[in-house]
Design a protein around this ligand. Structure first.
Ligand SMILES: Nc1ncnc2c1ncn2[C@@H]1O[C@H](COP(=O)(O)OP(=O)(O)O)[C@@H](O)[C@H]1O
Ligand SMILES: [Mg+2]
Length: 366
């Protein structure tokens, strides 16, 4: 509930549940509080309930249980068009028979705005996304990226305080996607709008967001800023889902002063930090990032536990070296090292010893 209570919350989900069929809950217990101006991303695998949450916030679906508030006011009984929320979807959803300018004018007409004010706002919104010259074209006469810009302008044209985006860049190629990622966050921050963004792409989530809510199984598994999510995952799901990660399984042998000793299944001992394990004898899956593994003993504490490893593959990637090792029965143990002038280039077949700082190796749920 810590995340569900924020005194200046603009968007709030409190104990929200959703079932479509009256039997299975696709959203199980959602608690979320966002301050005004935040860019929050819901990240999770397909089917984890992200779109459902967005639809409830927009008002196209109702929550089965719980409360959703906007600016402190429960919105359960406010129809979608009165919520003042802008929306952008993956498939743009532009009206094909209308020109770009008419597409943008439409949400203003719905709000009964006069013609000259409409024209001003449409021009301003199109200029904002650098599409000012395209007002007279139809959607089919624009590229995918241009259509997505127009969809963005249409969501912003009535100056909503809150904008919801559901995988808006999913249909674009990589280069355009990266450019639009920057444009969207830049625009959101400049205009001070609050954004709830949905994606299944972790890089997109990490690079765009103030905070990321990692969804799985109808619940938020962790809600944190990108660096915290990557460096301090609170459970195995988040550790695996965000970034590249090595895992080893074993049993907690000893917990002492913020660190623990884990006995791997083949008998080796390693140092770790107990995160969501509490007792000796408990099974754990430890998580260690490839860039935090060290094979130069001089850089480790003298009493660090070491593991024997066999080099399987050395991959030169330009800026970094990616080396695959066999460690404690895991043939997919990856380490990453920076391409520095004095950096060692390991060779397949080489036997080495690896270790790490206890705080970089997180003992999580098995
Ligand atoms: N309109 C609907 N009717 C019935 N089930 C639905 C409906 N929309 C989504 N679902 C189901 O709810 C679950 C969550 O879906 P969704 O919110 O779309 O997930 P995501 O956006 O994370 O992929 C899925 O199991 C999906 O099949
Ligand atoms: Mg979805």
């Amino acid at each position: 509930m810590a995340d569900g209570s924020l005194s200046d919350a603009f968007v709030e989900f409190e104990r929200v549940q959703k079932s479509y069929d009256g039997e299975t809950l696709v959203v199980k217990d959602l608690n979320l509080a966002m301050p005004k101006g935040e860019f929050l991303t819901m990240l999770g695998p397909s089917g984890s309930g992200k779109t459902t949450c967005l639809m409830m916030l927009a008002g196209f679906e109702t929550a089965t249980h719980g409360d959703i508030r906007l600016g402190g006011v429960s919105i359960n009984n406010i129809p979608p068009h009165k919520r003042g929320i802008g929306m952008v979807f993956q498939n743009y959803a532009l009206f094909p028979h209308m020109t770009i300018a008419e597409n943008l004018s439409f949400p203003l007409e719905v709000r009964k705005m006069g013609k000259s004010e409409r024209e001003d706002k449409v021009k301003h919104a199109l200029d904002m996304v650098e599409m000012g010259a395209f007002g007279g074209r139809r959607p089919s006469q624009l590229s995918g990226g241009q259509q997505q810009r127009v969809a963005l302008a249409r969501a912003l044209v009535f100056e909503p305080e809150l904008v919801l985006m559901d995988e808006p860049l999913g249909a674009l190629d990589k280069q355009l996607r990266e450019k639009m990622q920057f444009e969207i966050t830049d625009l959101a921050h400049r205009l001070g709008i609050t954004v709830v963004y949905v994606t299944h792409d972790q890089t997109e989530a990490l690079t765009m967001s103030d905070r990321v809510a990692v969804f799985d199984d109808g619940r938020i598994q962790q809600l944190a800023p990108p660096d915290t999510l990557y460096e301090e995952p609170e459970n195995s799901f988040v550790a695996q889902f965000i970034g590249e990660n090595n895992t080893l399984e074993g049993v907690i042998k000893e917990i002492r002063g913020g660190t623990c000793l884990v006995q791997l299944d083949d008998g080796d001992l390693i140092d770790a930090k107990p995160v969501n394990v509490t007792a000796v004898g408990e099974r754990t899956r430890v998580s260690i990032r490839p860039e935090r593994v060290e094979f130069n003993k001089d850089r480790l504490s003298p009493d660090a536990h070491l593991l024997k490893a066999t080099v399987k593959e050395f991959i030169y990637m330009g800026d970094i070296f990616r080396t695959r090792l066999s460690v404690a029965g895991n043939d997919d143990f990856i380490i990453k090292t920076r391409n520095a002038p004095d950096q060692v280039r390991l060779k397949p077949g080489q036997e080495i010893e690896i270790g790490w700082l206890a705080e970089d190796c997180r003992a999580l749920d098995a």
